[in-house]
Design a binder for this molecule. Structure first.
Ligand SMILES: [Zn+2]
Length: 430
């Protein structure tokens, strides 16, 4: 562990410390945040109680923040710091128009790096090892996580996004112990190098760290990645508005630990009713996050749209606190005759059919919107040189029905048909 005294602290002690931070953060918000001043309508921070009562405060939606931007304040009314205190401004990749800006003070940058270092450190990489990263230190929040590799003591080789040749060459010549990339890209590379005379299974890479999209921790899909790389695969997760790689999985592979403990508080809600759910073992729902010690533009009860499953059983690594696995984005979810279906879960079920399939899938909903009538059309790509047949399509359809309780129409497509991604994959096509 990078910081054993922090990461193995009994969880109730962590919550007691977080309670103090939270009360201070609330006072700070009331004093400095026009957005929360209006939204909370509190006469004093004390009125809101402590961290145990946070569920009684309103949720924050990304669109609400966006609606408060003006030509004079392109960040939004949740900006608390003066321009002289801001040292960096990231963007989050919005789906439309102007990005959302995420400002940071020097103290915020430090918290982000500390949390990310703990999260990535959990994967088992350590001082003296070499890691190759494929994220660009560009405008997006993920770039901030790169500094965490130096904090861990790793030798960091940034090769950037979108250059497979450079990545494969770095693996061959620099013999890294680890690589960090998106799960889609990891899957893509798992079946590309045969073309180029590279055997990833025989490479020096023993740790594949995946982040940037859900699904890397799903058992069958993970098994496919581990087979392709001959390496252990662990995942990490953050959310642009709150921080990069807040969560990181350890070598036990049983969900991600909160590396950003002390900086961020996690809650669970029912995404439909918005009711708070207990963070108990086996619980699932949407992750809601609250900054505890943020300065530039702290957020309270921010809806992440990440749908997670929770584990609270003790972890053999010694890290304490709840762990999460992200099963999908609430935004990607389809409802097929009353049943919630995440495209990444479809991909996971299909991955169990390797080596017949490549692991690439595309869900093609027939109707606009979330609600769909069965059968749900799913394209499944065959592995290289595998012909596939009716029996395979039937077996995949049956497995999807029994695991996800969804009727599908499975279309098998030849290897190389579905689009590959060097960052986030598109699992749904309308
Ligand atoms: Zn662990």
């Amino acid at each position: 562990m990078l910081e054993p005294e922090v990461e193995s602290r009994p969880w109730d002690e962590q919550l007691a410390l977080d309670d103090e931070s939270y009360r201070d953060q609330l006072s700070y918000l009331l004093e400095r945040s026009p957005f929360y001043g209006d939204k909370l309508g509190l006469a004093s921070a004390a009125e809101a109680g402590g961290l145990a009562d946070v569920g009684s405060l309103p949720l924050t939606e990304k669109a609400e923040l966006k609606a408060t931007t003006t030509p004079d304040n392109p960040v939004g009314a949740h900006l608390c710091a003066s321009p002289s205190e801001i040292v960096r401004i990231y963007s989050t990749s919005g789906t439309t128009g102007t990005p959302s800006y995420v400002p940071l003070t020097a103290e915020d940058v430090e918290s982000w790096v500390t949390g990310s270092a703990r999260s990535y450190g959990a994967s088992g990489v350590g001082p003296g090892q070499t890691i190759v990263s494929t994220y660009d230190a560009g405008p997006f929040v993920a770039g901030a996580a790169l500094t965490a590799f130096e904090r861990i003591g790793l030798r960091h080789v940034p090769v950037g996004t979108g250059n497979t040749d450079r990545l494969l060459l770095a693996i061959e010549l620099l013999r890294p112990d680890a690589v960090v990339l998106s799960p889609s890209y990891a899957a893509h590379l798992g079946d590309v190098p045969a073309d180029r005379g590279v055997d990833l299974r025989a490479s020096s890479v023993g740790h594949v760290l995946v982040a940037g999209e859900p699904g890397g921790g799903e058992p069958e899909f993970r098994a496919l990645l581990e087979e392709g790389w001959g390496a252990r695969v662990t995942e990490a997760m953050g959310i642009g508005d709150i921080g990069p790689s807040l969560w990181g999985e350890c070598e036990q592979q049983e969900g991600m630990h909160l590396g950003a403990r002390g900086f961020v508080h996690a809650e669970l809600i029912d995404p439909e009713t918005e009711a708070a759910l207990p963070l108990g073992d086996g619980a699932s729902g949407e992750l809601v996050l609250t900054h505890l010690r943020h300065r530039a533009a702290p957020l309270l009860r921010f809806r992440t749209r990440d749908h997670v499953e929770v584990r609270t059983s003790p972890c053999a690594c010694g890290r304490t606190g709840p762990r999460v696995r992200c099963v999908g984005r609430t935004d990607d979810m389809l409802v097929v005759r009353g049943v919630n279906v995440f495209p990444s879960a479809v991909r996971d079920v299909v991955a169990a059919f390797a080596p017949e399939v490549s692991g690439h899938v595309l869900v093609r909903p027939a109707a606009p919107g979330v609600k769909q009538e069965p059968p749900l059309p799913v394209s499944v790509e065959l592995a290289r040189d595998r012909p596939g047949d009716e029996a395979l399509a039937d077996a995949i359809r049956d497995r999807l029905r029994s695991v996800l309780v969804v009727e599908t129409r499975v279309e098998l497509v030849p290897w190389g048909t579905l689009q590959r991604s060097e960052y986030k994959s598109k699992l749904v096509e309308r």
